[in-house]
Ligand binder design. Structure first.
Ligand code: SF4
Length: 353
């Protein structure tokens, strides 16, 4: 087996020549590292770059994030998806301010207790900000370790995770953990990629078991894909005679919690609603029975991690001003004012009348 000294030194030598220039590279402020790491969960690096700076302009430190309104955090997050990350950021900021005197804890053990911070993120923050000696294990690291050491193990069970963690920490040895972890991420993102790894450009090319045996496509072992739940959503975007429409905040334990949406109806089958059905839906929320005109309808498939959504949109003009029924859960807002609310990305794309 490759010695820990060889592994880390080969990696760091490669990294010296190939480091990626990212906005958060060399950052030592745990707040900024935390923001970048949460953004990078499930989101591509390029996409994060544009959001990272804007988010920090709006919330430059943990205190500003903690005292902000959750709606403004969700709005700054709009377009990133996986909105539970934004809610956890807000929640964690309040805990760090109240319980840790606005100072981030410095150990993975303490960090992992905070909402939205898992094993990888706690190790990343502790190593990048505080040089805590720990390997941060993400998908990149799992790919490199299983391939270099030829490990055909299930990396999703406890035994597999423990094996990867032990080998990665063994490889880290006495190397500076921030350099080691950044180099592993860069190598996984640029060279040891999922499909067609660039073994000729890799510092481990001559010793990697998967490369030498031409089995890189087999490692790491693939986990079975989860079955997607199919849902059919119908968004009814109403415009009244004063250019106002109906929106509400999503409050149930479901996708997009905390974001806003137009009038919603969900069906079992992916079939457009008839005009009569649309009118009934609108009249459930407003007083009177004004005439409606369906000006446009479209539908799109939208994939989430565990759900496949068929999202139908209807644009509807109502000839009179909208007046809500007393028990309606919706708000009447000027269509122009919609830009001040956070909507799911697919809804934002289509909501402008
Ligand atoms: S040699 Fe190829 S498969 Fe092995 S770690 Fe490098 S890029 Fe990955």
């Amino acid at each position: 087996m490759i010695s820990k000294f060889n592994f880390a030194s080969l990696l760091i030598d490669w990294s010296d020549q190939n480091i990626r220039k990212l906005s958060w590279r060399y950052e030592k402020d745990p707040y900024k590292i935390w923001i970048s790491e949460i953004m990078l969960q499930q989101t591509r690096t390029k996409h994060v770059e544009s959001y990272y700076q804007k988010f920090l302009q709006k919330f430059p430190n943990i205190q500003s994030l903690a005292k902000s309104n959750i709606d403004s955090v969700l709005q700054a997050w709009e377009g990133m998806g996986y909105y539970s990350r934004a809610r956890n950021l807000h929640n964690t900021a309040q805990i760090v301010v109240k319980e840790f005197g606005s100072k981030f804890p410095a150990t993975p053990h303490e960090l992992i207790q905070l909402p939205g911070i898992g094993e990888y993120t706690s190790a990343a923050i502790a190593s990048f900000a505080f040089e805590y000696p720990i390997a941060a294990i993400d998908g990149n690291v799992i790919r490199i370790i299983t391939r270099v050491f030829g490990l055909a193990i299930d990396v999703n069970n406890i035994y597999g995770k423990k094996t990867i963690r032990e080998i990665a920490n063994h490889c880290l040895g006495n190397c500076k953990s921030s350099l080691f972890n950044q180099a592993m991420m860069d190598l996984g993102a640029q060279v040891c990629i999922s499909k067609y790894p660039k073994c000729d450009k890799c510092p481990f090319g001559k010793i990697c078991i998967a490369a030498m045996n031409e089995i890189t496509h087999e490692l790491p072992l693939k986990k079975p894909k989860p079955k997607l739940k199919n849902r059919n959503l119908h968004y009814v975007i109403v415009k009244d005679s004063k250019s106002k429409g109906l929106i509400r905040k999503r409050i149930s334990q479901d996708i997009w919690k905390g974001l806003y949406e137009p009038l919603l109806f969900e069906t079992r089958t992916p079939k457009y609603l008839e005009e009569d059905q649309l009118k009934e839906l609108i009249c459930k929320e407003i007083k009177g029975r004004p005439g409606i005109v369906v000006t446009e309808k479209k539908r799109f498939t939208h994939l989430l991690t565990h759900q496949k959504l068929m999202v139908h949109f209807y644009k509807i003009s109502v000839a009179k001003p909208l007046i809500l029924k007393n028990n309606s859960g919706y708000l009447i807002q000027s269509l122009k004012n919609f830009e001040n609310f956070a909507f799911p990305r697919i809804v934002r794309k289509y909501i402008n009348f």
